[in-house]
Design a binder for this molecule. Structure first.
Ligand code: FAD
Length: 286
């Protein structure tokens, strides 16, 4: 079973220092890698690279997210070559979110093209992760087409898939079954979003097409003005979700950490997936 943690790139040097601290805490969850997101249309191009470099220099396996945005193939290759020099050997290849204000997705290049480009230019040196959507990507013409397009990404050379987050485990199991029937055989790792607040989560979920089941939404609403009880409820719900996923054969968990250690730590601890630091021994004991 593999665990990975996703970060977004900080804006400041202090933010990067905090990120290294967060990564150091989460190291006790034995992650296979930390990933760093890439802003819509390449808006965090340099910040993503800086965060990846910071994490690499601190000794963490790190996987940058990447999408075409407005870049040329040469610019993309150059960026990947830089990453390889940093010791990166894994990339999360995406179409990317469409930048706000640009309207329809016309002219956007699908993730499949990026996967193909990476494979053609860099052979098998890079492990490629791609995104997938148990509750169906909002732009997909149909659920079947969404799975068919995922198959194209895998056929183009993706090694494994990470799902959008979801709170209904059956949506994941049903999706994996459909993927297997379509001949997608690579691991499908479950994306997990810890629950820490009501407004942010509901707004983001409505945008990305992730469903919050009604019973969870109502309970969150009831805890809305009591952050501590909301977090405790959220940790319970997400821990049970992870336990069901792992019992049902999910090959791994990818946490959308939002650069915070505590919510993810709480879940991993409840799942007994956190190695506790050895107790500090006093001088008298030694
Ligand atoms: P694609 O696989 O290209 O698919 C996009 C849509 O187009 C789908 O609806 C698909 O069904 C459809 N499609 C695919 N191929 C075709 C085709 N040939 N013809 C017609 N339709 C087609 N966004 C960011 O901006 N930055 C990030 O760092 C980031 N990280 C993410 C990490 C994970 C694990 C996930 C799951 C998502 C992430 N996202 C990120 C969000 C993602 O970029 C958006 O969901 C985006 O809208 C789709 O990206 P994709 O790579 O899955 O797209």
């Amino acid at each position: 079973m593999r665990v990975s943690f996703e970060f977004f790139p900080p804006r400041t040097a202090q933010g990067r220092t905090n990120l290294t601290r967060t990564a150091a805490r989460l190291r006790s969850g034995s992650p296979e890698f930390f990933s760093v997101t890439y802003g819509a249309g390449g808006s965090t191009r340099d910040r993503t690279s800086e965060a990846v470099l910071t994490l690499r220099e601190a000794g963490f396996n790190t996987a940058p997210h990447l999408s075409w945005g407005e870049d040329t193939a040469a610019a993309i290759e150059h960026r990947i070559a830089d990453y390889l020099r940093m010791g990166v050997n894994r990339i999360v290849a995406l179409r990317g979110d469409i930048p706000a204000g640009t309207g329809s997705p016309s002219g956007v290049r699908y993730a499949q093209e990026l996967v193909r480009q990476i494979r053609q230019s860099f052979g098998d040196d890079i492990h490629i992760e791609v995104g997938c959507y148990p509750e169906v990507h909002p732009d997909a013409p149909s659920p079947d087409a969404d799975v068919a397009f995922l198959k194209h990404k895998v056929d183009a050379g993706a090694n494994s898939c990470i799902t959008q987050y979801f709170y209904n485990p059956d949506s994941y199991f049903y999706f994996v079954e459909r993927c297997r029937k379509q001949g997608i055989e690579v691991p499908i790792v479950a994306g997990i979003m810890p629950i820490t607040n009501y407004e942010g989560l509901t707004r983001f979920s409505d945008n990305c097409g992730a469903e919050i089941p009604r019973w969870i939404r109502l309970r969150l609403l009831a805890h809305k003005d009591d952050p501590e009880s909301l977090r405790a409820f959220g940790a319970d719900v997400v821990t049970s979700l992870c336990a069901r996923l792992l019992d049902g054969g999910a090959p791994g968990l990818h946490f959308y950490t939002l650069n915070k250690a505590e919510p993810t730590e709480a879940i991993l601890r409840s799942l007994n997936l956190m190695q506790e630091a050895p107790p500090v021994r006093s001088v008298a004991e030694t």
